[in-house]
Ligand binder design. Structure first.
Ligand SMILES: NC(=O)c1ccc[n+]([C@@H]2O[C@H](COP(=O)([O-])OP(=O)(O)OC[C@H]3O[C@@H](n4cnc5c(N)ncnc54)[C@H](OP(=O)(O)O)[C@@H]3O)[C@@H](O)[C@H]2O)c1
Length: 352
């Protein structure tokens, strides 16, 4: 097969361009002679067959990635990649659930966040519950490049098999870009926390993984990166960066045995989402992370939680058929959230 592909690649572009056309015309003429199909019948049949194959493929892949692959044990055993895992933003929500989930699987965990008190609490809990080692690094990711020398020093000599780039900040409430409180400082903090952290943490951990030819990097993005997010424009854009960066790195390092995963969840119960109770559409961080850890090695870019995956597919289909319509729907929803935010702030200021 390979020599044929190589030979084809080395043909002049005009012959390469003509090949599929000649193939299609040849097939039409063949079908016409043998089955007496005319051109339109041939086109209709081919389209139906291609569509059926595509649907069957998508369904099989969906079942495999979500359940069958996990049941057959084709997902990644993280412990085999290295004894240490690193989690950024691990004192609450999804990050805390990751720290527990990884420790539960017998991995030593480096806990990175900004509050000593919260870090001590998480470290204590993990040590009491699981028989693993922990290491704490205190940093505020809104700060610039200067924090990364300290992190690099802290991670030196550890065999890191898993990196969870989870830390991020969002808007206090949906807002016009120019009206964001403390404008420039807020822009800088968000870019540092949501994008610089992912870039720099990856740059620190990746060389060791490349050397050992194994590793997993999970970058926690958001479904907001897949849709229009008016009034959350900067947050959505930073998450679009996270997704693109992850997918491109995945291609770059395919041959190095490193698995990059781009998580694009919808709402999960947490301080950031301000959703307090879980239900069918909004999982707890623990339930979400359990599913995420099972999906490593099987799902590369994923909204993960089934209702979120369905929502992602609907967004995709909506954008494919009516790009402007999808944007208008996002604008209506965004404006409602903006109004809601203003009301909440008004009542808060009234109640002192
Ligand atoms: N929750 C959702 O609905 C949702 C949806 C889509 C994507 N996500 C993504 O999931 C990830 C985790 O979100 P979450 O909802 O779990 O957030 P969260 O509950 O607010 O937790 C964020 C964690 O990051 C830490 N952190 C925040 N800013 C930091 C900073 N500047 N320096 C160091 N640590 C900092 C927090 O520490 P403190 O406790 O000290 O603040 C906390 O441990 C984020 O990347 C987010 O964008 C969340």
């Amino acid at each position: 097969m390979l020599p044929i592909v190589t030979l084809y690649d080395n043909l002049p572009w005009s012959i390469r361009a003509a090949t599929p056309i000649v193939f299609i015309l040849g097939t039409i003429s063949f079908c016409h002679r043998i089955f007496h199909f005319n051109f339109l019948e041939f086109l209709g049949c081919s389209y139906s067959v291609a569509l059926s194959f595509a649907l069957i493929y998508q369904l099989t892949a969906f079942l495999y990635r979500n359940w069958v692959g996990v049941a057959l044990g084709y997902n990644t055993d993280l412990k085999k990649l290295g004894s240490w895992a690193v989690v950024t933003g691990c004192t609450a929500g999804i990050g805390e659930a990751y720290a527990h989930g990884l420790a539960k699987r017998g991995m030593n965990v480096v806990l990175i966040a900004r509050s000593q008190e919260k870090l001590d609490k998480v470290e204590r809990e993990i040590r009491e519950l699981y028989n693993v080692q922990t290491k704490v690094i205190i940093v505020d990711f809104t700060e610039g490049m200067e924090i990364y020398d300290g992190i690099e020093e802290g991670l030196k000599d550890l065999e890191i098999g898993t990196l969870i780039n989870n830390v991020a900040m969002s808007y206090p409430f949906p807002e016009y870009f120019v009206d964001l409180p403390h404008g420039r400082k807020f822009y800088r903090d968000m870019l540092n926390c949501n994008m610089m952290s992912v870039t720099m943490m990856t740059s620190i951990v990746l060389p060791g993984m490349i050397q050992r030819k194994k590793g997993v990097v999970v970058n926690v993005g958001s479904l907001s990166s897949m849709m229009d997010t008016p009034f959350m424009s900067l947050y959505g854009s930073t998450k679009a960066f996270v997704d693109k960066f992850t997918m491109d790195l995945a291609l770059e390092h395919k041959e190095h045995g490193i698995f990059f995963q781009s998580l694009i969840p919808g709402y999960v119960v947490s301080n950031m989402s301000k959703v307090r109770k879980s239900h069918f559409f909004v999982p707890t961080p623990e339930a979400f992370v359990e599913k995420a850890l099972q999906a490593v090695g099987l799902q590369r870019r994923t909204a993960l939680w089934l209702p979120h995956q369905i929502l992602h597919a609907c967004i995709h289909i909506g954008q494919f058929f009516r790009r402007d319509g999808a944007a208008e729907v996002s604008m209506v929803i965004g404006k409602q959230f903006w109004i809601y935010g203003k009301k909440v702030m008004f009542y808060r200021s009234k109640s002192g």
